[in-house]
Design a protein around this ligand. Sequence first.
Ligand SMILES: Cc1cc2nc3c(=O)[nH]c(=O)nc-3n(C[C@H](O)[C@H](O)[C@H](O)COP(=O)(O)O)c2cc1C
Length: 437
Amino acid sequence: MTRKQIILGAHFPGVNNMTVWSDPRAGSQIEFEAFRRFAQAAERGKLDFLFLAEGLRLREQRGRLHDLDVVGRPNTLVILAALAAVTSRIGLAGTLNATYNEPYNLARQLATLDHVSAGRSAWNVVTSPGAFTGENFRRGGYLPFEQRYERAREFVTLARQLWDGGRHDFDYQGPQFDVRGRYDVPAPPQGHPVIFQAGDSSAGREFAAGTADAIFTRHGALAEGQAFYADVKGRLLRYGRAPGELKILPGVGVVLGDTAEEAAARYAEVRRQQVSPQTAIVLLEQVWNRDLSGYDPDGPLPDIEPDLEGSIVARGRTRQHDDNAATAGRWRELAERDGLSIRELIIRVTGRQQFVGTPAHVADEIDRYVQGDACDGFIIAPHLLPAGIEEFVSRVVPLLQEKGVFRREYRGQTLREHLGLPPAQRHFQPQAEAVTH
Ligand SMILES: Cc1cc2nc3c(=O)[nH]c(=O)nc-3n(C[C@H](O)[C@H](O)[C@H](O)COP(=O)(O)O)c2cc1C
């Protein structure tokens, strides 16, 4: 049986505490030089694409900022356009939310990016989890959960109509949008930029199954990945799509060492950097729903119980704990059993799963997940930027190439070709004559 070819992306996140900017080896999160180094290293490794997250407002809680969050995050589309000029083959994927943007404007911008990059653009459609982000926008409010996905679905449908028509007059009326005018950017080289989706709920998966070319998801244990993969691929049938038309790509951290012991020691250090004392308290407050700023992060858990009645103090958090009482109970039990301080506990119970070990071990694990149908590849999220991706490219990628599961050279030109996606389906023929002047 032929082995699946692995898809690899390189993630420049920086909107949460997983990226360690406090480390002296970390680059800048705003200077273009960091993005250039990152992109060119990923392209040297023949990775499929690089990927930028989006955070339009600093995360805050009770008026305090998470101390490790990036301040001064540059605009995604501007960075991708600049990277198009210093790279030639790697895909350029940007996270841009469908909740606060407008289809006409974003469709033009993405089509333009596809033109300037000769068919390498991708749009990660998020609905954005932060209610507080709405305060940045004139509209102010925030849509209820279901409506956010309805808006996203219609947003992408409308954007595709605009792309399909090239330069044309359009008149669109739907439940979410009512827009008309003359669209003026010629059809993108890829037909449609590649569409990613990031959102794990059932509504998010359904949106992806009907609409997206790839899912950016969280990484878990092998069995969890297999269940997610089977669930999402199973949904494709209802939309008349084949399993290969939607790629499943979890984000994953990688910590390398010359020996397993060295990697484990590095990992322990990375986790302490990711969970600073202030971050530990902030993450605990999200479960306790109380002001815990008076507690010592190196001391024991609070003796008071979580507030289950009061309004939620955590705003803009990326993950909701479904049941604070049960979570607090589990955390307390674990802390007592192993004698953990607040910070030690938070280091243990938060954070995404990572591949930790020698380059050979990490290459084996990546291959095992892909061949075991837990995913189609990974989006590598280094904790150190931009240097982390260079280490991955020089130490892990060659091992995957030796296994014959990762390309040694780019074959196609467009991101769709790298990902093995079928050409974009034209859904729409404009009624009006194309505008020729
Ligand atoms: C892996 C992953 C990455 C995400 N990245 C972003 C991001 O960069 N910016 C953003 O505003 N939202 C991001 N989101 C949030 C989603 O847009 C969505 O609002 C959130 O996950 C809630 O929807 P869900 O319940 O369907 O997961 C991400 C979600 C996931 C699962």
